[in-house]
Design a protein around this ligand. Structure first.
Ligand code: CA
Length: 227
């Protein structure tokens, strides 16, 4: 049985540290890609699609904190900053910009590996909890539950399915037929009346003013949109 190999992107310009990381991480079965600057690192963050990034701060094309800021605009990949800078402010700034962890050079290889594994574990957990939140409405797929301001909502199974489908497609205009087919099933796609009844029921449970809905929006002549 093969064990899954995690991909790690290293953004580090110091050749000796590159070598050290290469040897020690490959020994631990990680797949590595090493870049010496931010520009290349950003390209690899997209094409190599790493499970984790090790980021140096003092890079030839600028401060690694700029990289942090940029990548957090589109990715939640775990990032551990590995830097010689040991000032509290550097650490605090890096964490505030979205780094998951910070390790000061020189470091113990064993500690780095432990932190990598911890970050990967933490991220995997985060990914498998299927939860969605929008404003004060929260969906907990595992518990099959919606909560409004933290309080569980009483929904019938069909109301739940309807709201879940709409929330999972938040921001998109969905036609009556699309909603009916997905929630009720094939054969119901023309039953817009039943859909209207259910939407009104759900609105009473989630909207502050069901007559002026802010969550389940009617798109006249088309269907509905969540949010
Ligand atoms: Ca450096």
């Amino acid at each position: 049985m093969s064990i899954p190999r995690y991909k790690i992107l290293v953004i580090e310009d110091d050749k000796q540290i590159q070598k050290l990381l290469e040897v020690s991480l490959e020994e631990h079965q990680f797949l590595l890609k090493i870049c010496g600057n931010q520009k290349e690192g950003m390209a690899q963050a997209i094409t190599f699609n790493p499970d984790l990034i090790l980021l140096d701060l003092g890079l030839p094309d600028g401060d690694g904190k700029v990289f942090l800021q940029k990548i957090r605009e589109f990715s939640e990949v775990p990032i551990i900053v590995v830097s010689a800078r040991n000032a509290e402010q550097e650490i605090v700034d890096s964490l505030n910009l979205g780094a998951d962890d910070y390790l000061v050079k020189p470091f113990f290889v064993g500690e780095l590996i432990a932190r990598i594994n911890s970050a990967l574990r933490h991220f995997a957990k985060k990914e498998t909890i299927p939860q969605m939140k929008m404003e004060n409405l929260e969906l907990d797929v595992e518990k099959r539950e919606f909560r409004l301001d933290g309080i569980p909502l009483h929904l019938t199974p069909l109301e739940f399915s309807l709201l879940k489908f709409l929330m999972q497609n938040a921001g998109k205009a969905l036609t009556h037929a699309q909603i009916l087919k997905n929630v009720w099933g094939v054969g119901y796609q023309n039953d817009t009346k039943i859909l209207r009844v259910f939407v009104n029921q759900v609105r009473k449970k989630i909207e502050t003013d069901p007559n002026r809905p802010k969550i389940l929006i009617t798109i006249s002549g088309v269907g509905y949109r969540f949010g």
